[in-house]
Write a protein that binds this ligand. Sequence first.
Ligand code: S3P
Length: 177
Amino acid sequence: MMSDSQTVYPVLIGLMGSGKSSIGRRLAAHLGLPLVDLDAVIVEQAGCSIPDIFAGKGEEGFRDVETRVLAEVIGGAAVLATGGGIVMREQNREILKQHPPVIWLKATPEFLARRIDGDTNRPLITGGDTLNTLQGLARVRYPLYEACADFILPRGDMTKSEALAAIIEFLQTWQKR
Ligand code: S3P
């Protein structure tokens, strides 16, 4: 656990499959904080799954809920793992920039496709060419993630333990600013 008084509440961003929840869980344990998974809060509040929300309200309807829940939970004493599309709305990007540090788990579409191909809980990739979809999302979203990030972690090049160590090192520097 970090020894300084605890005022750092990291926010994790990145494409689906980049490890926001799994690395977030380890980071939260290290910091002695809970992990808040934005998608899980959305599912809990809606009382149905993400694919059901997409089916019922469409992607824009899901984004409305996502923005509302983001504003509700951000800034709480927790590590926050967001959904991959969180950067799509300017309003969300503004919210993220007001709550540093934001950490981008940057991974290539090839790396991600191997991890999430066949996942039925992610409406944006079901039934299509996962790699092609991820390449399209990366083209649009990489610049947006970059614009919001205080730290960029090259996810594909390291194990989860190495990734965690790199984030912890960054947070120590961040705290001493
Ligand atoms: C989405 C990513 C998902 C979830 C929803 C939309 C996206 O979260 O919010 O399916 O637009 O990339 P994960 O990144 O946790 O898979």
